[in-house]
Design a protein around this ligand. Structure first.
Ligand code: FAD
Ligand code: MLT
Ligand code: ZN
Length: 464
């Protein structure tokens, strides 16, 4: 091991590594504090060539290497295990916007670029990069692509996968695979980049990406609306889709309980209503040349009983305030204590049934459980989290937690959904991947892993 560490330090140079415990601390802990890892060394290469040499050296020594972006992931995929033998590979120094091609609506970026910097560089060039989420000030595009992140604009623009035109990837033996092409059409053989999108660092290290840009969305109407039930949000979605076929940019459902957590734990974040309602939808619609169209649609929805109250933001400060409420949910939920997290998706057409049957399940299994639900209902993804009474004995928490999670995932599977919509698998959900994707699908995943990483050095212990 000491020979390898010496070699790695030489590859990345004095600015490119650390073994200082204090510096390492936030990099070996998963941000919610559930998983803690150890590493003898974090390397921070500055170029693709350095990444390639690092991975080749680890492969030769048989050492595991864990790629890390902003370490904002939800499934502990980006931290090393507890053995203290895995090398942590931080992409933070690879943060260059390589080029923007406004005529082609594309840009090439290093994998360590922070998402928000990419959004800003696109805007500076008169274009728009739509991937957006609460962690955008610290997550990196490499991490977004490696998790196939979703976020707030999927209903209109798709997940990270839909935004990638090409990738540069370092393979498990250090070979650089250069597929950094900015093409909309390319049928030359298998589309290899798709293998690495969503592979969570287990098949290759993404070092750069060619991204798809868009014209700006134009004027957006942003509103927070109160709805009588979670199911009625889905009816509202249907009505709005009929009126604004491809203009809905965001459609986020949030329970009153969840906004209560935000109110309690986040300073200066409060709802713009005088009274409380059971559920809310934060929505954003591209109103184009008809700025009054959102108000008219919401007035109709009030008449139809689908909306109880609504606030349309009048200026950028009010828009920012509404978004602050939404962006504060993860932090507020974390402060409120542990919960069973269920990042599920179902076809939007089955969402109402899921909501109804999910609530019945909880009532039957644990009537004193609290539903902590919020998420991207517009694209069929809900964070259907459940908080159990905090005074439960650890054994009861573990067994009831397992029972509830299993019942929710079984329901999701029955409805043709996924137990992991946008957060990936990491360390947290490996057993569920083996269970819910068993058979030829799981076998092919294992074959791919064995083929691309026969010595299992890339992010060992994650996903598969
Ligand atoms: P990390 O957490 O560092 O890594 C995630 C995984 O990708 C790990 O397995 C890691 O090994 C791998 N990886 C990282 N970089 C590379 C690379 N260059 N090459 C290969 N593998 C790599 N997620 C959503 O999908 N939607 C949301 O709305 C959303 N909102 C969030 C809000 C908050 C407040 C927070 C804290 C998180 C949120 N997330 C959300 C989760 C998280 O931000 C995303 O999963 C994000 O894509 C992770 O990016 P990262 O750079 O932090 O990756
Ligand atoms: C979100 O939608 O806010 C994220 O996926 C983060 C979370 O689930 O906490
Ligand atoms: Zn989410």
């Amino acid at each position: 091991m000491s020979q390898l560490l010496k070699h790695l330090k030489t590859i990345v140079g004095p600015k490119g590594w650390t073994s200082d415990k204090d510096v390492l601390e936030p990099h070996v802990n998963e941000w919610r504090g559930v998983f803690i890892g150890r590493t003898p060394l974090m390397v921070m290469p500055a170029t693709t060539d350095e990444v390639s040499q690092v991975v080749a050296a680890c492969a030769k020594a048989g050492a595991g290497v864990v790629p890390q972006g902003g370490n904002t992931g939800m499934c502990a995929g980006s931290i090393p295990d507890e053995s203290g033998t895995q090398i942590l590979l931080s992409m933070a120094r690879m943060n260059r916007i390589r080029s923007v091609d406004a005529d082609n609506f594309s840009m090439e970026v290093d994998a360590g670029c922070v998402l928000q910097n990419i959004q800003e560089a696109a805007l500076d060039a008169g274009c728009y990069f739509p991937l957006s989420m609460g962690a955008e000030g610290s997550c990196q595009i490499g991490g977004n692509i490696a998790t196939n992140a979703g976020g707030l604009n999927v209903i209109r623009y798709g997940t990270a996968r839909a935004l990638v035109l090409g990738l540069e990837v370092v393979l498990a033996d250090g070979t650089v695979l250069n597929g950094l092409r900015s093409l909309r059409k390319d049928t030359a053989g298998y589309d290899l980049k798709q293998l690495f999108i969503g592979s969570e660092g287990t098949l290759g290290v993404i070092t750069a990406a060619a991204l798809r840009l868009f014209p700006g969305p134009g004027d957006l109407g942003t509103a927070l609306v109160a709805v009588p039930s979670s199911g009625s949000s889905v009816s509202l979605l249907g009505k709005l889709k009929a009126r604004f076929p491809d203009q809905i940019q965001t459609f986020e459902l949030v329970s009153d309980y969840v906004f209560g957590l935000v109110d309690r734990h986040v300073p200066d974040a409060s709802l713009p209503f005088d009274s409380n309602y059971p559920w809310y939808v934060l929505l954003e619609v591209a109103t184009g040349s008809d700025p009054g169209s959102l108000e008219a649609a919401l007035l109709d929805a009030i008449e139809q009983g689908l909306v109880l109250d609504a606030v349309i933001a009048k200026n950028s400060a009010e828009v920012a305030n509404l978004w602050r409420l939404r962006h504060s949910i993860s932090a507020a939920e974390r402060q409120a204590g542990k919960a069973l997290k269920h990042d599920i998706s179902v076809p939007v057409s089955r969402m109402q049934e899921f909501l109804l049957r999910g609530d019945e399940l909880l009532e039957k299994l644990r009537p004193d459980a609290t539903l902590v639900a919020f998420g991207h209902v517009g694209d069929g993804n809900l964070h259907y989290n459940v908080s159990l009474p905090h005074d439960l004995a650890p054994d009861e928490y573990a067994s009831d937690g397992k029972r509830i999670t299993g019942a929710i995932y079984d329901l999701v599977a029955e409805l043709g959904g996924s137990f992991s919509a946008e957060h990936g698998i990491g360390q947290l959900k490996r057993s569920y991947l083996a269970e819910y994707r068993s058979g030829p699908e799981y076998d092919l995943m294992r074959t791919l892993k064995k083929t691309l990483d026969p010595a299992n050095i890339l992010n060992p212990g994650k996903v598969i």
